[in-house]
Design a protein around this ligand. Structure first.
Ligand SMILES: NC(=O)c1ccc[n+]([C@@H]2O[C@H](COP(=O)([O-])OP(=O)(O)OC[C@H]3O[C@@H](n4cnc5c(N)ncnc54)[C@H](O)[C@@H]3O)[C@@H](O)[C@H]2O)c1
Ligand SMILES: O=c1ccn([C@@H]2O[C@H](COP(=O)(O)OP(=O)(O)O[C@H]3O[C@H](CO)[C@@H](O)[C@H](O)[C@H]3O)[C@@H](O)[C@H]2O)c(=O)[nH]1
Length: 462
């Protein structure tokens, strides 16, 4: 099958490479000349595990090409996937202008009977609107339009695409359905459930899935707040509720709030579409408000723990990406925490294994360190904000030795409390029971002088 993909970002590039892997002949088109030049020079412009190697194999075998020319990209294509961005508008609704522009630009170029597949995340009714735009541009063209929402996660995009929980496509016409079935046949052969439904349902499924997953995260973060006040441990609570098959254990990791290019934007769009149609999505509206407030609250907590004049304080931040295994910093809670600390007057030194270049323009004033220990050296406090394995595997005793102060803030619950128990540190984590007991005496320790019950204060051994 000859396929063109418009947009060679996280989704377009992964989709193009994986469709080549499934045996199709793929051309990825992007208007960003620098991006295409990099790809044609054998360089992959994003960090996504497994992508580079797979991409090189298919470029080498001439199944995968990159171009800035829409005309040559879509020439003769049986299907054209639109995978361009759908950013937020100021009112929370999504900006469909890139998708509309993409549809307009291909309308006069695609061959008759072509199937136009909307891969971008779009609000319900978009396929219908695009059909009208294309008809307006091209008059009598016989074409089909389908929605094929993407559920991959950054950091595991390739495996998510090739081994998905399901493939969803929505189309109101049999030609599009038949073509998409053919495109995804290799996944169906492996037993992947294929759900074929209407355009509108497919569009709604994507937003509902993201909104529901974001709700799970918001819920566990609220539970974490409660645990801190009443003496619970959110990890134990999450494990306990996650064993109920109706709840499931995934997406119950408490942390600094969800970020990234999808959940924040898609929950806002979900809420906006509810308001527009007179069906307010109050659960989601509340979720957005509490998630937006979380990074600031977590930064303020660090300032409270430190006390004194923030101008005299140096803080090391470990992690800038919105999650591990990606270089993406879009709506990363880490950036919001850092900017709050900078505004308060702190000196901030930050590190990330992959995301420093992307983060730099958003945290001017912070010093970027090539090495995690360079960030930590001489710091009064260390805050972990991204769950990179590199940080998980750090020897916490070495971290403490390198610091000037004694405040360790683990906003991803990466470090094992038992390994910290013998260190002379004040350890703050998310949703953990206060354990202010000295190992030696079994009495309440004084290592948490401000009496914040949410902090785990650990006394030196012996
Ligand atoms: N990032 C994810 O994990 C993810 C997962 C599922 C769905 N989505 C959705 O997929 C869509 C794309 O997301 P992304 O993260 O890949 O975006 P991105 O910003 O990484 O990439 C979009 C690309 O489209 C290009 N582009 C814009 N207009 C174009 C046009 N007319 N023709 C050709 N190229 C054009 C841009 O130059 C850019 O390189 C969004 O709707 C997003 O919500 C994203
Ligand atoms: O238990 C969890 C799981 C995730 N997160 C956070 O939630 C955000 C999103 O994480 P994740 O879903 O793993 O990454 P994305 O790449 O944003 O993927 C989401 O958004 C994509 C774009 O729509 C969808 O395709 C995916 O199915 C959906 O998981 C990140 O900030 C994570 O740190 C948590 O705090 N706790």
């Amino acid at each position: 099958m000859k396929i063109a993909i418009l947009g060679a970002g996280y989704v377009g590039l992964t989709t193009g490479t994986c469709l080549a892997e499934l045996g199709h002949d793929v051309t990825c088109v992007d208007l960003d000349e620098a991006r295409i030049a990099k790809l044609n020079g054998g360089e992959v412009p994003i960090f996504e595990p497994g992508l580079e190697e797979m991409l090189r194999n298919h470029v080498g075998a001439a199944h995968l090409r990159f171009t800035t020319s829409i005309a040559s990209g879509v020439d003769g294509a049986d299907a054209v996937f639109i995978a361009v961005g759908t950013p937020s508008l100021p009112d929370g609704d999504i900006d469909l202008s890139f998708v509309e522009e993409a549809a307009r630009s291909i309308a006069r170029l695609v061959k008759p009977n072509c199937v136009i597949v909307v891969k971008s995340t779009v609000v319900v009714g978009t396929c219908k609107a695009l059909r009208e735009i294309i008809a307006e541009e091209r008059g009598a063209l016989d074409f089909s339009i389908a929605s094929n929402p993407e559920f991959l996660r950054e950091g595991s995009a390739v495996s998510d695409f090739l081994s998905p929980d399901r493939v969803v496509f929505g189309s109101d016409d049999p030609r599009a359905r038949a073509l998409l079935e053919k495109i995804y046949q290799p996944l169906a052969d492996k037993g992947t459930p294929i759900l074929c439904t209407t355009n509108a349902n497919a569009e709604l499924i994507k937003y509902s899935a993201n909104a529901f997953l974001a709700l799970k995260i918001g819920f566990i973060n609220d539970v974490a707040n409660l645990c801190e006040q009443v003496g619970g441990d959110v990890n134990a609570v999450a494990a306990g509720i996650g064993l109920d098959k109706r709840i499931g254990s995934s997406f119950l990791a408490a942390g600094p709030g969800y970020g990234g290019s999808c959940f924040p934007k898609d929950t806002r769009a979900f809420a906006a579409i509810g308001r527009k149609h007179g069906t307010p999505q109050s659960l989601i509206e509340n979720l957005i408000a509490s998630n937006d407030a979380r990074p600031q609250a977590l930064a303020d907590r660090v300032l409270r723990e430190l006390g004194g004049d923030p101008h005299a304080v140096t803080i090391a931040v470990l992690g800038l990406a919105f999650k591990a295994n990606t270089d993406d910093v879009r709506e990363s809670p880490s950036l919001a925490v850092i900017n709050r600390l900078l505004k308060a007057g702190c000196t901030v030194r930050a590190h990330d294994p992959k995301a420093m270049q992307a983060a730099a323009p958003h945290i001017s004033g912070a010093e970027l360190c090539d090495d995690a220990f360079a960030a930590v050296a001489g710091a009064d406090a260390v805050i972990v904000l991204t769950e990179w394995d590199e940080y998980r595997q750090m020897n916490v005793a070495d971290v403490v030795r390198a610091m000037r102060g004694r405040l360790l803030v683990d906003y991803r619950n990466l470090w094992n409390v038992a390994n910290i128990a013998d260190l002379d540190v004040h350890y703050v984590s998310i949703g953990r029971a206060p354990a202010p007991r000295s190992k030696a005496s079994g009495k309440v320790a004084k290592a948490n002088p401000r009496g914040d019950r949410s902090a785990v204060a650990v006394s030196p051994a012996g």
